[in-house]
Design a protein around this ligand. Structure first.
Ligand code: SF4
Ligand code: SF4
Ligand code: SF4
Length: 598
């Protein structure tokens, strides 16, 4: 046998109960006659089936109905099977990391006396359900004929106080319990001090209302409605105030509210992986809560293949979880990995998307920061995502939907290959366009180099005026760039003058320098008005400035560009072909210089 995983097993030998609590969630089922025919065999078969397939119950407990209504001989047979199982598989259980646990029963304590001998013999751990304050026990927990059970319960509590093995009691808290909180506190002390039962291991549970099934659960009876989140915290704090620093301090901190800590099934990512309840007719479900619902039913151990039952466990819970939502607060909760949204069944019944004890849990986590340090934002994100992959598939789409980016720039832009200087170095015509050798100005006996504003890292400022001539020197081969010899005659020098004022342009709505005027001089006209000096033609362009001088503004920088028709065509065709060039040469790349007009 290859060990596959440990499981927690509850066995319900009978649904019959000798009491008739007004708020019992089993209702009429507790009247169902005990059928002894299969009680023992079903337990034996279940254990054998699980174990033979590698599923090792590390905890085997008995739950009702009321187990003590079984004949002692039957109960003893159940204990014997369990005892033998624990002994046989002690090593396997230990190898899975679990300490040996005693046989455990959950009981209403009413009929305990009938089984004293075997309880002691098998060192059975006993968990008794009692209502506190005891006045509420008197009110709600009566026998089948409606008679009080209180005296007998007190008597059995006394017996339990002297019981040499593990024994504790638990109580479900509702609205009425909060109203009776002082009496509740007094009765804890009474049971501990006067009756003598060690209340260190006392367990508190909170009731929940079923919106889905009004008849089945507690709220049909006034006073048994569930507490709100805030009321649960008030209750918790009052209990703390009453017992902090007392002999019950340790119990208060470690046991009383343990049900709301990660030690319990409610905090599992998927409780169906581990928790199983089997009834004597073989029906398998999640737990006492899920026993009443088809959605938490995993099959029948007597009829179905064991692997199917095991798989149904996690699959049903996963399916149930996927039906349910998740509260947006949980997605960012620093305690999410301790909580995992609490009990699936309760969220299902109460139609809520977070644990019904959320605020209380947070109080507990915050009161024990060493044990439950808050998780970092990154860790929460990771955990929530992993949780949603298993349990909240529909949420994933929403989680992974990010705000649309406001801007996107491909990282390729920053690759060396795509830098403007590299693009130019691979393209002979661009090298000409960006060259500093094509144009220069001569003003007031001084030469001024004209170069591309995109590449230069310093800028010169010219001061032009009405009086001084302005000579443009352009290279004699300038009309050859990007042109066939026969088309040179159709080429021209293009001069652009811009103002320092900015205006909004085109679809981009970019604020750019305002265009004042353009001037184009075709090759032959240009050459005929110029003088060849070495490699350059010299052209007086002062008349052009004079003609438009009324456009120049005092104290504002203007911008002067020179190119040719075919250089411009090449630049814009490169824009279209190469996005990396386009984005880096978004401003005019032609030879330029800035000037003031005086
Ligand atoms: S003791 Fe438990 S099972 Fe029995 S009637 Fe009361 S609540 Fe129901
Ligand atoms: S349904 Fe709730 S109570 Fe039942 S096993 Fe799962 S978490 Fe626990
Ligand atoms: S503690 Fe509350 S908010 Fe945090 S995960 Fe649990 S239910 Fe959600």
């Amino acid at each position: 046998m290859q060990t596959k995983k440990p499981i927690h097993l509850l066995y319900v030998p009978t649904l019959f109960c000798n009491m008739s609590c007004s708020y019992c969630y089993l209702g009429e089922l507790t009247n169902k006659k005990i059928d002894l025919s299969a009680v023992v065999e079903t337990l034996q078969t279940s254990i054998e089936k699980f174990v033979s397939h590698g599923y090792i119950p590390y905890n085997l407990s008995f739950h009702g109905g009321e187990v003590t209504t079984l004949p002692t001989e039957t109960l003893e047979k159940l204990f014997k099977i369990t005892d033998s199982y624990y002994k046989t598989y002690a090593q396997d259980i230990a190898s899975l990391g679990f300490s040996p646990t005693p046989i455990h029963i959950k009981t209403n304590l009413y009929n305990l006396k009938a089984h004293h001998k075997i309880l002691k013999q098998y060192k059975v751990s006993i968990s008794g359900s009692v209502d506190l304050p005891l006045s509420l026990h008197e009110k709600y927990r009566r026998d089948k004929q409606g008679n009080s059970t209180l005296d007998k319960i007190k008597e059995n509590l006394r017996w339990l106080a002297s019981y040499p093995h593990h024994a504790k009691i638990s109580c479900v808290v509702t609205q009425e319990h909060l109203r009776e909180i002082d009496a509740f506190i007094e009765d804890i002390k009474y049971i501990h001090d006067d009756i003598g039962l060690d209340m260190t291991k006392f367990n508190i549970m909170f009731s929940f209302d079923s919106i889905k099934n009004h008849e089945k659960f507690l709220q049909a009876i006034e006073g048994t409605e569930m507490l709100t989140h805030e009321e649960q915290v008030i209750f918790y704090k009052k209990i703390y105030q009453a017992f902090e620093g007392t002999v019950l301090d340790e119990g208060l901190r470690t046991h009383w509210f343990k049900e709301f800590t990660p030690d319990y099934c409610c905090s599992a990512v998927n409780c169906g992986n581990k928790f199983f309840l089997i009834e004597s007719n073989g029906k398998v479900s999640s737990c006492p809560r899920g026993q009443s619902s088809e959605s938490y039913s995993y099959g029948n151990i007597l009829d179905d293949d064991i692997e199917t039952i095991i798989a149904n466990g996690w699959k049903r819970i996963e399916r149930n979880e996927n039906r349910l939502g998740i509260d947006s607060e949980c997605m960012h909760c620093e305690f999410f990995p301790y909580c995992n949204l609490g009990c699936t069944f309760v969220r299902d019944e109460t139609e809520t998307n977070k644990s019904y004890t959320c605020q209380l849990q947070k109080e507990i986590y915050r009161d024990n920061p060493k044990k439950y340090p808050p998780y970092s934002e990154a860790a929460i994100k990771q955990h929530v995502k992993a949780y949603c992959y298993q349990n909240k598939i529909p949420m994933l789409e929403e989680m992974e939907r990010y705000e649309q980016k406001e801007q996107t720039i491909t990282p390729e832009l920053y690759e060396k290959h795509n830098t403007l200087s590299q693009i130019i170095s691979r393209d002979a015509i661009l090298q000409s366009i960006y060259s500093q050798e094509l144009f220069y100005l001569h003003v007031a006996k001084q030469n001024y180099t004209l170069s591309s504003q995109i590449l230069k890292n310093k800028s010169e400022i010219l001061f032009l005026n009405k009086q001084d001539p302005i000579y443009l020197y352009f290279h004699k081969d300038i009309f050859k760039i990007n042109t066939l010899p026969r088309d040179e005659v159709n080429n021209y020098i293009h001069m652009m003058v811009l103002s320092g004022n900015s205006v909004s342009y085109g679809d981009e709505e970019r604020h750019k320098q305002e265009h004042l005027f353009d001037y184009s001089i075709y090759k032959n006209a240009c050459v005929s008005q110029s003088t060849l000096v070495g490699e350059y033609y010299c052209l007086d362009i002062h008349p052009i400035f004079e003609l438009h001088q009324q456009l120049f503004r005092e104290g504002i920088k203007h911008n002067l560009f020179f190119s040719t028709k075919t250089m411009r065509e090449y630049h814009y065709s490169k824009h279209r072909k190469n996005a990396f060039y386009h984005i880096q040469a978004i401003n005019l790349p032609f030879a330029n210089i800035e000037f003031f007009w005086l």
